[in-house]
Every structure is written in C-alpha cells, then in structure tokens.
Design a protein around this ligand. Structure first.
Ligand code: ADP
Length: 259
C-alpha cells in the first residue's frame, strides 16, 4: 500500500488536519513484475537463436570449416534458427495486437469447414510424416459467427500442438459442434499428456512443460497464450482435460450470440 498525505490549514494558516490517501498498489506492482518478467523472457528467447546464428556465421566467414558437408550443416542451422526467430516475432506481434485496447474483432458468418481445410493443408504433411491419424468430426456446412482469422489461428495452434506432442502412430481428432448457445471445438490427441501441476500454468506466455522438447519441435511457448487471448476476446472459455502418457483434449467454447 502506498500512502500520500497532505496537511490542511485554516484561514490563519494553522494546521487543521490532514488528508491521507491510501493506494492499493498490489495490482500495479504485479503488473510491473509481469511486464519485467516478459521483457526478460523475450530477451532470453531472442538471444538463444541469435547467439547460434552469429556463432555459425562467424565460423563460415573465417573459413575455419572447409568440409562441404559441415558447411551445409552450418547453413541449415543458420536457416532454421532464423526461421525460429521469425516465428517468435510473428507470435509476439500477434499477442501485442490482441492486447491493444483498440483491438476489434472482425465478426462475420462463415463456413468453418473451409477454415478447417486451410489449416489442415498446412499441418497434414507433418502429421503424415509422423504417421499420425487425423480425424475431422465436423457436421457438414456448419456456419459460425466469429472472427474468421482468429478462429483459424486457434485451430492451427491447437492442432499444431497436438501434432507436436503426440508420438508417431498416434490419433488426433478435431470435433466441432454447434449448440444453441455455443460453438464447441475439441482437439484431442493420444500424446504425451500434461501433468496436473502444469495445467494451471499452461496458458502463460513462454511456459513450457518441457523446455527442450518444445524447442525441438520449434515451439515459441506463446501458442496457447495466443489461443487463450483469442477465446477471451470472443467472450468464450477454454479448458483442458489431460492424462500423462494418455493424451489431452483442449475444449474451446465460443458463444453464438456474438455482436
Ligand atoms: P509451445 O510453442 O511450447 O508448444 P504453447 O503455448 O503452444 O507453446 O504450449 C505450452 C506448453 O504446453 C508446451 O510447451 C507443452 O509443454 C504443453 N502442451 C501444449 N499442447 C500440448 C498437447 N497437446 N499435449 C501435451 N502438451 C502440450
């Protein structure tokens, strides 16, 4: 608590009393800490790929490596790490756009089936390479009212996670149903699952259950934070059911009466 005081004088300039104002700054302090944590996290996340890019580029420039296979490997690392930086910056821009006070949803009526096709076109290759079976259980011609681009991002992030965190030959299912009050999206996988203790932190920016695994799969640690933001600006809800080594289901509910 912060206290600010000021004396009150009467007409004869004699002390009459004082005003004390008590400010509860816990929330402000918390915000300030979250902001500082965020800056520290971003800096760290940027530093790792840049250090690697610079190191390998220096070795190539100094001509220290002349084995063509090794040179190619170094070029590939530089490319992959730049790719990671680009995705990270894209995710940061997406988050910052969603957090702006003036952010406005572009709500339209659209066929969700078309959006699913677009998302699957991007991720099916990775799923196939891992031998994952992807099932889409969505009523034909379902029309929804929401922000199309944002819903595409939600589906993409949840499905991309399902692919990343499910070992080969697993099952992934996307289910969408419409009730009177909600559109319900469920993305299920038969993957590694999430421990109970990790679930409350899952939607925090940069939180990863297993840092090394997330990095290997190219994760930025921002995907679920973005999903949660999008769901919240739609006044919806998100929840997770998961069991370690069995799999996870992410449920999203978006109200159907959006303005
Ligand atoms: P990342 O880029 O690391 O995947 P996310 O914000 O999308 O970041 O997810 C945060 C963390 O939640 C992941 O690092 C992973 O540990 C866990 N996670 C997300 N989705 C799943 C899933 N389907 N199965 C198991 N763990 C998951």
């Amino acid at each position: 608590i912060q206290i600010i005081g000021a004396p009150i004088f009467n007409e004869k300039k004699m002390l009459k009393g004082a005003v004390l104002v008590f400010y509860d700054i816990t929330e402000l302090k918390k915000l300030e800490l979250t902001r500082k944590d965020f800056v520290a996290n971003v800096s760290h996340e940027l530093k790792t790929p840049i250090t690697s890019i610079k190191g390998f580029a220096e070795t190539l420039l100094d001509n220290k490596e002349n084995n063509p296979e090794v040179v190619e490997k170094f070029h590939q690392i530089i490319y992959d790490e730049s790719d990671r930086l680009q995705i990270l910056i894209q995710d940061l821009l997406t988050l910052s756009k969603l957090e702006k006070d003036e952010f406005e949803l572009q709500v339209t009526d659209f066929h969700i089936g078309k959006v699913i096709e677009e998302v699957i076109a991007v991720i099916h290759q990775q799923a196939e390479q891992k031998g994952l079976n992807l099932t889409v259980d969505v009523e034909k011609d379902i029309k929804v009212k929401a922000d199309r681009e944002q819903m595409k991002q939600v589906l993409f992030n949840l499905l991309a996670n399902a692919v990343s965190y499910t070992p080969g030959k697993g099952e992934i299912t996307l289910m969408i149903e419409k009730t009177d009050s909600n559109m319900h999206i469920a993305v299920s996988d038969s993957g590694i699952g999430i421990g109970e203790e990790a679930i409350p932190r899952l939607f925090e920016r940069f939180y990863r259950v297993d840092k090394a695994r997330s990095r290997n799969t190219g994760g930025t640690g921002l995907g679920l934070a973005i999903v949660k933001h999008i769901v919240e600006v739609h006044e919806g809800k998100i929840k997770v059911d998961s069991e370690l080594d069995k799999g996870s289901t992410f449920h999203v509910y978006i109200p159907t009466n959006l303005g």
